[in-house]
Structure formats: C-alpha cells, structure tokens
Design a protein around this ligand. Structure first.
Ligand code: HXC
Length: 257
C-alpha cells in the first residue's frame, strides 16, 4: 500500500491533518491535493467534529508551495485545472463548519501560505518563514493568494508581498496579521492541547454559528450581515446549548454541553 500523504489523528472531535511529503518540504502536488480533498469531504459530514488543525510533517516546513516540478511543463489549460483543483480543496477547508487552524512549523511559501490563508487562523513557530514567491518563478499566486491575502492583511501589504516575492519571518507575519500567535516550535503541541480543552468546553453549535456568522457575513453588506447575525443568534435559543449555558451561569456551575 502506498504511503499516506495526509496523516489524520483525532482526539475528541479535534482532527489534526499532517501533510506528509517531507522530502519535498510538503510541496502540494495533485496527489496531495486529491487526498486532502477526500479527507475533507469525509469530515464535512460529521456532526461530532469540533475543530480541524492542519500542519506539515517534519520540523522544517509547513508547506513550501505548489510542486514546482509538477507545474514546470504544464500548458495553460493544465495549469488552470491544477489551480482549480487546489481552489476547490481549499474551499472545502474554508467552509468546514468548525474552526480550522494552520499550525505553521517552518516554510510557509506560495501554495503553503495560500493553504494557511484558507484556515480560520494560523499559529506559527518562531522559525516560520512566509511568502508568496511566485513572481520569482515567473507566475502569480494561483491558489487564492491574490484574493485571500489582501482580505487578511490589507491590499498594500498583499501587493508588497506578491509583487516582490520577499520572504518574511514569523514576527513580521504576526505584526501584519497573517498569523494570530507565534511560539517556540515545542509549544505548538501545548497550544493544540490548550485549544482542544477550550473548544471542548464550549457549546459546539454556538461555535459553529459564530464561525458561520463571521464567514457568511464578510461576503455581504453590513446591514444584511447584521441581519444574518440576528437570525443565527435567535436560532441559538431554539437549541439545548443556550438553556444549559445560561442555566449553568445562574446556578453558578460549569455548563455541560
Ligand atoms: C517541489 C520542492 C519545493 C516545491 C522545495 N522542494 N520546495 N519541490 N516544489 N515548491 C524540494 C527541493 O527541490 C528539494 O528536493 C527539497 O524539497 C528540499 O529543498 P531545498 O531547496 O534543498 O531546501 P533549502 O535549501 O532548505 O530551501 C528551502 C526553500 C526552497 C527556501 C523552501 O526549497 C525553495 O525556495 N522552495 C521553493 C519555494 C517556492 O518558490 N514556493 C512557491 C511555489 S509556486 P531535492 O529532491 O532536491 O532534495 C506556488 C504557486 C501556487 O506555490 C499556485 C500555483 C497555481
């Protein structure tokens, strides 16, 4: 049997996906994308899912980009199909109903940075390196970088990064809002545990609703988005979690979701 390109480990509804092509610094080829897509499609349907974490195998790289060797001889039509395959896979990740977190443990370049951008948030080890170096290869980002990067860090910084192809370290990534937190590599494990504990204590439906409100609202004008928030807020009162959460507060005990 061939080696798995995506390792899946699970603990109490928190699923950790590890992209595993360490010899190529976990570069995304069409096999990795296909396997990732298939893993994500299994996760989509699961009611017991609490969060998805995604990282890269080894201590050197998260993902060093799309596979340059595979791309080199592509025709424009083949390049379009490759980009579409990645975009569809990343969309699956982005629209999972639970929080998704990129644990960035090293090189996070090109398609790797675009993968991190498709997650709700990113946490990086202090040796992580970020960048959209596509222009150095004579192309532009094709896995969503020209669109998700400006939405995350603003258009001026996005154009700076995509036009120069310069690499930035974790502290600059933190300063511009590309990542949420930076820590020593060894602490990424402890972070995962802390996050698991935090999310397991929260109402899962409320967490899903909060994610949906933020994501769906961003694509709408403010008035429609606020109305979406009201609908999702009201919907909380139709479920058990709101009764339990508020009763627990009044009764001075911990909620049991
Ligand atoms: C294929 C890659 C790769 C990639 C690294 N490797 N990145 N293979 N695609 N993106 C392979 C190398 O060829 C090498 O294989 C092995 O991984 C180790 O890499 P080295 O270069 O020897 O390591 P190091 O000297 O430490 O340099 C690390 C690095 C460098 C700075 C990350 O590998 C690098 O610049 N990689 C390319 C980064 C990049 O340009 N990413 C954007 C890709 S374009 P061998 O067999 O020689 O040991 C992109 C476009 C997305 O993502 C949109 C497309 C539609």
């Amino acid at each position: 049997m061939s080696e798995k390109l995506i390792e899946v480990v699970e603990n109490a509804g928190i699923v950790r996906l590890t992209i595993s092509r360490p010899k190529a610094l976990n570069a995304l080829n069409s096999d990795v994308l296909a396997e990732l897509g298939s893993v994500l499609s299994d996760l989509e349907a699961r009611d017991d899912l609490r969060a998805v974490l995604i990282t890269g195998a080894g201590d050197k790289s998260f993902v060093a980009g799309a596979d340059i060797g595979e791309m080199r001889d592509k025709t424009p039509e083949e390049a379009r199909a490759f980009a579409r395959q990645a975009l569809a896979t990343f969309k699956r990740l982005e629209t999972l109903p639970v929080p998704t977190v990129a644990l960035v443990n090293g090189f996070c370049l090109g398609g790797g940075c675009e993968l991190a951008l498709a997650c709700d948030w990113a946490v990086a080890s202090d040796n992580a390196i970020f960048g959209q170096p596509e222009v150095l290869l004579g192309v532009i980002p094709g896995f969503g970088g020209t669109q998700r990067l400006p939405r995350r860090v603003g258009p001026a910084m996005a154009i700076d990064l995509v036009a120069t192809g310069r690499k930035i370290d974790a502290s600059e990534a933190l300063r511009i809002g590309l990542v949420n937190r930076v820590m020593a590599p060894a602490e990424l494990e402890a972070y995962t545990e802390e996050l698991t504990k935090q999310l397991s204590g929260n109402g899962p439906e409320a967490v899903r609703g909060a994610k949906q409100a933020v994501h769906d609202g961003l694509d709408q004008d403010l008035e429609s988005a606020l109305s979406l928030e009201t609908s999702l807020f009201a919907l909380c009162f139709a479920g058990k979690e709101q009764k339990e959460g508020m009763s627990a507060f009044v009764e001075k005990r911990k909620p049991n979701f």
